[in-house]
Structure formats: structure tokens, C-alpha cells
Design a protein around this ligand. Structure first.
Ligand SMILES: NC(=O)c1ccc[n+]([C@@H]2O[C@H](COP(=O)([O-])OP(=O)(O)OC[C@H]3O[C@@H](n4cnc5c(N)ncnc54)[C@H](OP(=O)(O)O)[C@@H]3O)[C@@H](O)[C@H]2O)c1
Length: 277
């Protein structure tokens, strides 16, 4: 049995799908009793995790597990689990953004390394799916207003992270490895918006705004202060120095990392009026 925490997230959901497709027995951890997963997937409320036995491997999503990660891994090890794969961030290795946001990833990595399980760390670049935050503006006006246009990152397609996670969860030779997972092409924010325009066959534009304006807009939209802090802190750093670019996805999967243009094409519907937000 493979236990997927954060199973309703973009990485967790795709990891569940790939594992089930590959014939694995999977338990998907979610607070949502109606979360839809492929037939055969066992749904598990986080509170019930300590009651299950027979877990061989765990995908650890730091946001979902928070301070419960150490207990979860200790119990899994006590009941015979072999390995843990951690969804961490490139910011651990290439510091960007406020230190307090990196700390949760450092902690999760340390917990995995101290658990006695075989561990694999996936330090991920910003997910392509983060740009779904632009969907409302693109649908409404065709213009994205944002701060730090020159911030460049090699955004990673979350489906590539899931493919690596599925591999590491099922193949022991990845133990003790730390993989830096990024796309292969650093793009600025206007370049990402232009790629979305190509996918949508629409002319889209990026309009630079002062960081304070973006912060005020997010707070006015009732987002917790943590959201602008997280976003603006890392964009400010990536405007000074681009995020890392690696070929790790290619080395591990034997094919190039999916490009942002491919992600944009595959997620067109989310940016189309009436499409999912
Ligand atoms: N986005 C990025 O650019 C990025 C980069 C590097 C690393 N990461 C990390 O990668 C991991 C996976 O990201 P993701 O976007 O796929 O997942 P996500 O949307 O952050 O979270 C996945 C699921 O975890 C549960 N969850 C979230 N916050 C929770 C909380 N406070 N308490 C309990 N459960 C909570 C929710 O599931 P239910 O509501 O179904 O219970 C949520 O759907 C996260 O740990 C994230 O920090 C993200």
C-alpha cells in the first residue's frame, strides 16, 4: 500500500492516478469524503492515518501533514514501511522568498531523514499550476496585472513531479537522493502570459503593478497575508536572479520536462470564459 498525503493537490492527485494505473494499491489522504479518485483507491481521512497498517511507502506533502509528519513517519516505520518521498522546494537549496516559508520544507526534509525510512527528496521549482491564479484576470480582461515582470523561473509541470514521485515511491534505487525538479526553460512572467496567449489563440498582456498594489488587492480579496508575503517575496528574489534550471526530469524520466507551453495548451479550458477556475 502506498500512502499519498495531500492527495487532492495537483501533485498528489496525479501521483495517485499514475500509481493506480501501474497496478499499485493506493490510500489517498484527504479531509474531503467526496474526493473523486480512480476506482480501487482507498480514501483516508488524515485522522485515520494512524489506524492503517501495511504501508510500504509514503508521499509526504509538507503543507498537508504539517506538524504531524514526524508521528506519521514513526508509525509507518514501526509497522514496516520502507520509504518516504518528500515534496520540498528548490528554495531550500537556492534561497528565495521569506525564510519562514522555506523552514517548513527544511523541517519536512529533516523529519524524513531522521525517520529511519529510506528517503528521497524532491526539491521542486514553482509549479506551472500556480499560474491558474491568473485565470480570472485572463478570462475577464486578457491582461494580467502583476509585480516583478522580470522574475524568471523554470516552472515545473506538476505532472512531471508526480511521475518522478511515482518512480521514487516504487523503486528503492532512489533512496538517499535529492532531486532538483524544474522545467528546462526559464521564463519571465510576460513570457508565461504570452505562452498562455498562444495556447488560447488570444493576445494577452502583462501589466506591471507596484508590489504594494498587488498586496492590497490580495488582502481586499480576503486572501490571508501569508499569500502576498509568499508570492511577492519570491518574485522579488527571482527578479534579481532567475530560479534554477536542471535537466533532472529528463535524466529520471528519459524524456524532456514538459514545457510551460505544453502545460498552457493542456490547461486551456481553465483560462476560457465559463471554464473551471
Ligand atoms: N506550488 C508550488 O509552487 C510548490 C513548490 C514546491 C513545493 N510545493 C509543495 O508541494 C506540495 C504539494 O502541492 P500541491 O499544490 O499539490 O498541494 P496543495 O494544494 O498545497 O495541498 C494538497 C492538499 O493538502 C491538503 N491540505 C492543504 N493544506 C492543509 C492544511 N493546512 N491542513 C491539512 N490539509 C491540508 C488539502 O487536501 P484536502 O482538503 O483534500 O484534505 C489539499 O488539497 C505542498 O506541500 C507544497 O507546499 C509547492
Amino acid at each position: 500500500m502506498i500512502l499519498i498525503t495531500g492527495a487532492t493537490g495537483v501533485v498528489g492527485r496525479e501521483t495517485v492516478r499514475l500509481l493506480v494505473e501501474g497496478g499499485a494499491e493506493v490510500a489517498a489522504v484527504t479531509r474531503d469524503p467526496h474526493a473523486g479518485f480512480p476506482a480501487g483507491t482507498q480514501l483516508l481521512h488524515p485522522a485515520k492515518v494512524p489506524t492503517i497498517d501495511g504501508v510500504e511507502a509514503i508521499l509526504l506533502s509538507p503543507r498537508a501533514t504539517g506538524s504531524t509528519a514526524a508521528d506519521l513517519l514513526a508509525r509507518a516505520r514501526g509497522t514496516g514501511a520502507a520509504r518516504v518521498v518528500v515534496l520540498s522546494s528548490v528554495a531550500v537549496q537556492y534561497p528565495a522568498g521569506h525564510a519562514r516559508f522555506r523552514r517548513q520544507f527544511h523541517t519536512a526534509e529533516d523529519v524524513a531523514k531522521g525517520s529511519g525510512l529510506d528517503w528521497t527528496i524532491l526539491r521542486c521549482a514553482d509549479f506551472a499550476a500556480n499560474t491558474l491564479a491568473w485565470a480570472g484576470q485572463i478570462q475577464a480582461t486578457g491582461t494580467v496585472r502583476g509585480a516583478y515582470p522580470h522574475a524568471r523561473t523554470s516552472t515545473v509541470d506538476e505532472r512531471d513531479i508526480a511521475a518522478v514521485a511515482a518512480l521514487a515511491l516504487t523503486h528503492p534505487q532512489h533512496r538517499g537522493q535529492t532531486y532538483l525538479l524544474t522545467g528546462e526553460q526559464p521564463l519571465s512572467q510576460p513570457e508565461k502570459v504570452a505562452a498562455l496567449g498562444t495556447a488560447l489563440e488570444r493576445t494577452l498582456s502583462f501589466d506591471e503593478a507596484a508590489p504594494d498594489e498587488i498586496r492590497r488587492g490580495m488582502l481586499a480579496a480576503s486572501l490571508p497575508e501569508e499569500v502576498p508575503d509568499r508570492l511577492l517575496g519570491s518574485l522579488a528574489d527571482y527578479a534579481r536572479e532567475a530560479g534554477p534550471t536542471t535537466d533532472t526530469v529528463r535524466l529520471l524520466l528519459g524524456r524532456p520536462a514538459r514545457t510551460y507551453a505544453t502545460w498552457a495548451r493542456d490547461h486551456r479550458a481553465a483560462f476560457t470564459a465559463g471554464g473551471p477556475r
